[in-house]
Structure formats: C-alpha cells, structure tokens
Design a protein around this ligand. Structure first.
Ligand SMILES: Cc1cc2nc3c(=O)[nH]c(=O)nc-3n(C[C@H](O)[C@H](O)[C@H](O)COP(=O)(O)OP(=O)(O)OC[C@H]3O[C@@H](n4cnc5c(N)ncnc54)[C@H](O)[C@@H]3O)c2cc1C
Ligand code: FES
Length: 296
C-alpha cells in the first residue's frame, strides 16, 4: 500500500470498521507552511483536515502531540503554536533520527498524522497575577513558545515577563521573528545569549550558558515563577542557579523529555518510578522532581 492509499484507507476506515475509531488513530493534517528556523530545526504549520475537529481542538501550553509520517513512524513534539490559533497546530523539530528525517522530507500539501493533546501542560493558575521568568535553550523554546503566546494573548492576567533565550550559536537561535515581536510588547524583557564561541562579529546579545546568564540577571524570586525548558544539562544547572537565587522549588517549573511511545499512559515506556511522564507530566515543579527516584 503506498502512502496515498494508506491516507485514503485511514480516512474511510472508521466508517467500515468501528474498532478503528480508537485512541491511537491520528487526525489527518495538511502541511500548510514550512519554515526553517536553523540549519537543523524546522517548524511545520498543520491544518486539521476535519474542520469541525480543528475548530473544537484546544490545548494547554506545555501539552504535546504525537506526529506521524505514514509508514515511517511517530514521535513526540511540544505543541508550539498559540492556543488562540484555532484549526491549526505548529510543531518545531530538531533533526534527530528516523521520524524527524522522514518529516524533513514532507512538503507543503502533504498529509501527516497528529494525535493529542497529551500531558498536563503548564499550571496557568499558578502563573496568573505573577511575574514570569522564562529560560529556554535550543529546541526547548518550542513548549515555551505556546506559553509565551498565551501570556501575551491574556496580557492583563500576567505581570512582568522576562524571556531568556539561549542557543549554541547565533545560527542556532530559533523563532527570530517571534522574538522580535515579543521584545516589542509592553513590560516584556528579552535577553538572548549564545554559548562561548558561538557568537558572530555583529552579535550584540550575551555570550554565556543560559544558567550563567540567568545568575547574572538575578531575577528576584518575590512573586515570580521561573519556567525553564531545554536540554537536560541546561535544566540541571538552571535548577541549581534558581535555587541559589532563592526561588522556592514550588515556583520553579520545567518539562521532562523522557522517551515515549504511546503518549497517554498505556505502554510504560516513559515512567520514572510510579510517575508516567506522558500522563503526569511532562511539566513538573522542582518540588515534584525532588520526590522522583534519585537515579532519575
Ligand atoms: C514531551 C516531549 C516533548 C518533546 N518536544 C520536542 C519538540 O518540540 N521538538 C523536538 O525536536 N523534539 C522534541 N522532543 C524530543 C523528540 O520526541 C525526539 O527527538 C524524537 O522523538 C526523535 O525522533 P526520531 O525518530 O527522529 O529519532 P530516533 O531515531 O528515535 O532517535 C535518534 C536518537 O535520538 C535519541 N532520542 C530519541 N528520542 C529522545 C528523547 N526523547 N530524549 C533523548 N534522546 C532521544 C535516540 O536514543 C537516538 O539516539 C520531545 C520529547 C518529549 C518526550
Ligand atoms: S509513553 Fe506510554 S506510558 Fe508514557
């Protein structure tokens, strides 16, 4: 069965086989727009082919989806778009292996699969009425992008917003247009940094690792929530830096990227002790992480 036949088959399957109407059945999505963020990160804008489902679809920033290339496999990415953007989802992916390589080959107009939203998402009620400090590194900005867009869409519900964004090099900085737009919003401060050696002659941002710059910025913990997303090594040192800055662990929030399969608490691929990262996370406070098994 070639890809076109497989897509047609999935479209009609539930009419003929009610059992196909199952939790693993993806929505069919049309690739509407492709943007290269960096040499190895690409953003896809996907439209729900079933318009009614698209209009109904809603998610909490920090939730994720399973994206599939038919015949090639499925993998997990944060939903990176604004929750206010109905009928569409966006994801940004870094080229890693089998599925992301297959996704690199999709073109505008192609059909891919999407199921979700899964996971808990960011605790929005904990953020409302507070100052919010975002610290994102590399592709970790994808989950933060949805939350930053949410905060800006509901601007009056949040106080001062600081966005610290880091990347290995200037060429690796993602969401350049979004960053410029965010920086122009009232009461929003944007600081960008690249790893030592990743700067260019005309770079006017910071040079240093995200946790180092975070400590230099020294955000006050008073009535502020810190949210950090990025590679595990960055998160490890960012959590230590926030602890030194005096943030209580209940007001430090991060996301975990354990390997996943089903995405919805069935297969046991992602668990840490009794916790299923796909279902109970991927968003956790530093206080919750302290209660996970030590080998984590
Ligand atoms: C909740 C969550 C949100 C995520 N959001 C994003 C996102 O927005 N954008 C993005 O680019 N990626 C994200 N990821 C990571 C992404 O799921 C993996 O990079 C992707 O599944 C790789 O698929 P692949 O088939 O191309 O690679 P594979 O062929 O499966 O693997 C290639 C290599 O990457 C390693 N690998 C695969 N998955 C992971 C993982 N989760 N953690 C560490 N190493 C891994 C493998 O061990 C192997 O060495 C997220 C993961 C989780 C759990
Ligand atoms: S990925 Fe299957 S239980 Fe979490």
């Amino acid at each position: 069965m070639n890809e076109t036949h497989l897509v047609e088959y999935l479209s009609r399957a539930s009419e003929h086989f009610p059992a196909m109407n199952n939790i693993y059945r993806p929505q069919l999505m049309t690739v509407e727009h492709i943007r290269d963020e960096t040499p190895d990160v690409r953003t896809l804008r996907l439209a729900f082919q079933d318009k009614a489902v698209g209009e109904e679809f809603a998610f909490i920033p920090g939730q994720f989806g399973e994206y599939s290339v038919f015949g090639r496999g499925e993998c997990v990415f944060a939903i990176a778009s604004s929750p206010a953007d109905r009928g569409h989802v966006e994801c940004s992916f870094k080229l890693m292996g089998k599925v992301t390589t297959a996704l690199r080959d999709v073109e505008i107009g192609d059909t891919i699969g999407f199921r979700g939203p899964y996971g808990n998402g960011f605790p929005l009620d904990e953020l409302r009425g507070r100052n919010v400090f975002f610290a994102g590194g590399g592709i970790g900005m994808a989950a933060l992008r949805a939350l930053i867009e949410y905060c800006l869409h509901h601007r009056q519900e949040f106080r001062h917003i600081t966005i610290l964004n880091g990347a290995r090099s200037v060429a690796d900085l993602v969401y350049k247009e979004d960053m410029a737009r965010w920086a122009e919003q009232p009461d929003v401060e944007l600081v960008q940094t690249v790893d030592p050696g990743g700067e260019t002659d005309d770079w006017d941002g910071e040079v240093g690792f995200v946790p180092t710059i975070m400590e230099q910025m020294a955000p006050k913990p008073d009535d502020r929530v810190a949210i950090t997303c990025g590679p595990p090594i960055m998160i490890k040192f960012a959590l230590l830096a926030l602890e030194r800055l005096g943030f209580p662990p209940e007001r430090v929030i991060t996301t975990l990227e354990n390997k996943m399969k089903c995405g919805l608490g069935k297969c046991g691929r992602c668990n840490v002790g009794p916790v299923y990262v796909c279902r109970d996370g991927p968003v956790f406070t530093a206080a919750q992480l302290q209660n996970l098994p030590k080998d984590f």
